[in-house]
Design a protein around this ligand. Structure first.
Ligand SMILES: C[S@@+](CC[C@H](N)C(=O)[O-])C[C@H]1O[C@@H](n2cnc3c(N)ncnc32)[C@H](O)[C@@H]1O
Length: 222
């Protein structure tokens, strides 16, 4: 397996390592932010909460016991999965993010139910399979989603939950400007382009796309 990150993935990694605390603060935690950032955080928080609620509802069922959180970031989802009694592996390539995630899940450290992996997803080979995989706020940064969704199907046995940012509108434009300035690539999706990606990934007739406004939420059944 190729374990070298491409230059573009390195850029994403660098961006999120430096952005970790600010990202976590969008969820409404401490840390002071400027007025513009606060306004944008508010807009993002709304769509982040929608996809969070959607995911937590899905993972609450008893058929889902082991969860792979790909691009787990600061661990907000991991904490909730642990509260649901699930066994969780959080993978992220940004060290700064994993550090916060470890702090957030410290109460569960000795439960044997949480592990973290510092790696790019495509570069990591798992020794086990998971009931479900969660990828929230992740495909925004993925150049080749088809290859990635194919790997997800090898790592997971039951369900996938994924968010994809919708193309168009003010939020798309302002994110592009902000992220470009920091050399972080961004990808957006229309319902049509998303359908094509999911079909090409081998998921045809096994997924539903839910419209959450800024995001599409996809649930795939394997
Ligand atoms: C916007 S954050 C989302 C965090 C979390 N899922 C949430 O919704 O709160 C995206 C995360 O994906 C990680 N990431 C992006 N591309 C990745 C890749 N190829 N492999 C592993 N992690 C990646 C970033 O480091 C970042 O922490």
């Amino acid at each position: 397996m190729n374990t070298t990150l491409t230059n573009e993935v390195q850029d994403v990694k660098k961006f999120f390592h430096g952005y970790a605390a600010d990202f976590d603060s969008i969820y409404g935690h401490s840390k002071s932010r400027g007025n513009f950032d606060k306004m944008m955080d508010k807009l993002f928080r709304k769509s982040m909460l929608l996809r969070f609620n959607e995911t937590i509802h899905e993972t609450s069922k008893s058929s889902i016991q082991t969860i792979l959180d790909v691009g787990c970031g600061s661990g907000v989802y991991c904490v909730e999965f642990l509260r649901q009694g699930k066994t969780v592996a959080g993978l992220d390539m940004a060290e700064g993010m994993l550090k916060i995630a470890e702090e957030k899940t410290a109460a569960f450290k000795n439960s044997g139910k949480i592990s973290f992996i510092l790696s790019g997803y495509m570069e990591y080979e798992f020794a086990q399979k998971f009931d479900a995989a969660v990828l929230m706020g992740f495909f925004d940064y993925i150049k080749e989603p088809v290859a990635l969704i194919k790997k997800l199907q090898a790592d997971t046995t039951k369900e996938l939950y994924m968010s994809f940012p919708r193309k168009g509108g003010f939020l798309t434009w302002q994110r592009k400007v902000r992220y470009n300035m920091r050399h972080c690539p961004l990808y957006f999706y229309t319902k049509r382009s998303l359908t094509k990606i999911l079909d090409e990934s081998g998921l045809k007739d096994r997924y539903e796309i839910r419209d959450l406004g800024r995001d599409f939420f996809v649930k795939a059944t394997l």
